[in-house]
Design a protein around this ligand. Structure first.
Ligand SMILES: *[C@@H]1O[C@H](CO)[C@@H](O)[C@H](O)[C@H]1NC(C)=O
Ligand SMILES: *[C@@H]1O[C@H](CO)[C@@H](O)[C@H](O)[C@H]1NC(C)=O
Ligand SMILES: *[C@@H]1O[C@H](CO)[C@@H](O)[C@H](O)[C@H]1NC(C)=O
Ligand SMILES: *[C@@H]1O[C@H](CO)[C@@H](O)[C@H](O)[C@H]1NC(C)=O
Ligand SMILES: *[C@@H]1O[C@H](CO)[C@@H](O)[C@H](O)[C@H]1NC(C)=O
Ligand SMILES: *[C@@H]1O[C@H](CO)[C@@H](O)[C@H](O)[C@H]1NC(C)=O
Ligand SMILES: *[C@@H]1O[C@H](CO)[C@@H](O)[C@H](O)[C@H]1NC(C)=O
Ligand SMILES: *[C@@H]1O[C@H](CO)[C@@H](O)[C@H](O)[C@H]1NC(C)=O
Ligand SMILES: *[C@@H]1O[C@H](CO)[C@@H](O)[C@H](O)[C@H]1NC(C)=O
Length: 457
């Protein structure tokens, strides 16, 4: 007997028996983690099968079968206890370590796709059998997809349509998902997608469609995102405004002072940037005075108090324009303004005046004091006046000559106010005073020796 045909023919007969007994149910349970397993082309794949082997079992038979229509079912390998019998056609392709029923596919090919069926027979007092089917799919990982945009140069809003096509060069069963600024896009009134989602159309294009688009290509085994594509969308002009660098703007009226040079800028949201025409309106005439986004008005050259202008913005691609009117009032630098300037200065003048006054006062007092001191010294140099002079001088009355009051004072209450006595010692002055209660005091002034002799020395 041919050793090649021997085990193979027995394998075939077992396989046929497997097909016949297909669907037999018993207490034996085979479990697979998933009914479908996705494999990657070129990589090995394991089909894990678990079953409960009983210690009392006298033999374990495992059979693997592959169905891939339209080809007839093929028996891949079979085993009994630890012995493996492979189909020679597939012996390098599939391996198994019996009694472990898991099947290893060495290197996946697209042709390996199909339904794999395993049958396990366990011999005991009674033979138990179980089968399990696993569907295997083989995938090629996706490569980074590329987006083609149509038109590629730019689209005018409300007029043009935009079509994106996403394509990944490699990858099987690729699915596409469209993202705008990283978030998936949903079907909407202006968005439409092709059946396989690889083509995405925006019709009509709006300004709000500006953004970064990408597509995500994925299959069961991989995913890749395209580079961002930012379509050029022409729109506008919108929100035309005229602004000036100087002057006061109230509504559409600018008030500027005569002599000022003011720059006016027209700003509008527009792509491409709009062009601007500046028009001066007369009573029944219009005169274009400048082209460009700004113009400089020299107020003294206008020769009118109130001038009406028009700014006309135009987008040369969308073909749309917008215009806005504004009025310039030129005010002369009048008397009122001048008086305002002076009145704004007056607080400063007041402060200066007050400060000057204070300084002068201080100077005057200083000079006056100096003069007083001089006079006092002069007086001291003169011969001493009689002591009666002191008695006549009321001590509490304000007097000019403070230098005479220099000294140490002693208040001595006199027990008998009716009999006053006075002892005038050299270097002292004294006088009597009466307080509210009627107590009589003698006030004695001691002038230190040195001070007394000072003028002489
Ligand atoms: C294992 O063996 C016991 C008897 O020892 C039997 O009752 C049981 O059904 C067996 N189970 C399986 C899965 O073979
Ligand atoms: C298979 O193994 C069992 C024990 O595990 C043994 O009883 C039986 O004889 C073996 N069969 C063969 C053909 O080796
Ligand atoms: C069977 O083989 C697979 C793959 O080689 C392994 O992951 C699994 O743990 C094995 N099962 C047992 C029961 O040894
Ligand atoms: C595998 O089986 C499933 C049903 O379980 C069937 O839909 C599929 O077509 C089969 N695939 C092949 C390749 O036979
Ligand atoms: C844009 O799409 C709309 C609707 O799909 C179509 O009617 C229109 O002709 C398209 N416009 C252009 C410029 O292709
Ligand atoms: C689009 O992408 C560019 C550069 O990658 C980035 O500067 C810009 O902010 C993005 N726009 C949005 C709307 O995310
Ligand atoms: C417009 O008409 C007014 C009188 O109606 C006249 O005072 C003024 O000068 C005119 N302005 C121009 C620019 O002709
Ligand atoms: C349209 O306007 C842009 C920006 O002002 C300018 O660069 C471009 O040359 C203009 N194109 C045409 C066709 O006038
Ligand atoms: C006046 O006399 C009364 C009673 O003797 C005393 O309480 C009071 O302090 C005295 N007043 C003065 C100013 O000496």
């Amino acid at each position: 007997m041919d050793p090649r045909s021997g085990p193979n023919s027995s394998l075939k007969s077992i396989c046929i028996s497997l097909l016949l007994v297909f669907g037999t149910s018993s207490a034996l349970k085979l479990t697979a983690p998933s009914p479908t397993i996705h494999g990657i082309k070129g990589q090995p794949l394991t089909l894990p099968i678990h079953y409960d082997a009983n210690a009392s079992s006298s033999g374990v038979q495992i059979i693997w079968l592959l169905e891939r229509p339209p080809a007839p079912p093929a028996c891949l390998l079979t085993s009994y206890n630890h012995t493996l019998i492979s189909d020679l056609e597939f012996q390098h392709k599939f391996t198994m370590n019996p009694p472990n029923a898991s099947l290893l596919i060495n290197s996946l090919h697209t042709s390996d796709e199909g339904n794999y069926t395993v049958k396990v027979n366990i011999q005991g007092e009674t033979t138990m059998s179980a089968t399990q089917k696993i569907q295997v799919t083989v995938h090629v990982p996706v490569s980074q997809p590329i987006i083609e945009s149509e038109p590629s140069y730019g689209t005018v809003e409300n007029v043009g349509n935009l079509t994106f096509k996403c394509h990944a060069m490699e990858g099987t069963r690729v699915q596409y998902l469209w993202l705008k600024n990283g978030s998936p896009l949903q079907q909407s009134s202006s968005y439409s997608f092709s059946k396989d989602n690889s083509i995405f159309t925006i019709a009509p294009v709006m300004k709000k469609d500006i953004g970064n688009y990408s597509c995500l290509a994925s299959n069961y085994v991989s995913e890749m995102e395209s580079e961002n594509i930012t379509p050029i969308i022409y729109y506008g002009p919108y929100g035309l405004r005229v602004i000036s660098d100087k002057g006061l703007k109230v509504g559409e009226v600018f008030t500027i002072a005569n002599g000022e040079a003011v720059r006016f800028d027209c700003s509008a949201d527009s792509n491409p940037p709009n062009t601007c025409a500046w028009i001066q309106r007369g009573n029944n005439s219009m005169e274009i005075i400048n082209y460009g986004t700004h113009f400089k008005l020299l107020s003294e050259k206008v020769g009118q108090k109130t001038v009406d202008y028009l700014c006309r913005a135009y987008n040369n691609i969308t073909g749309k324009g917008e215009e806005t009117q504004f009025t310039v009032i030129i005010t002369p630098i009048d008397q009122e303004k001048l008086s305002q300037i002076t009145s704004s200065l007056s607080p400063l003048a007041a402060i200066t005046g007050v400060s000057l006054f204070v300084i002068l006062s201080i100077c005057f007092i200083f000079v006056w004091k100096k003069y007083q001191l001089h006079r006092a010294i002069q007086w001291k140099l003169q011969p001493r006046r009689p002591s009666t002079e002191y008695r006549r001088t009321p001590i509490y009355s304000g007097h000019e000559d403070a230098i005479n009051d220099f000294g140490i004072y002693e208040f001595v209450s006199l027990p008998d106010s009716a009999a006053p006595h006075r002892v005038i010692t050299p270097g002292t002055n004294s006088l009597q005073i009466q307080d509210v209660n009627g107590t009589v005091y003698e006030v004695i002034q001691f002038v230190p020796e040195q001070m007394q002799n000072d003028p002489q020395s």
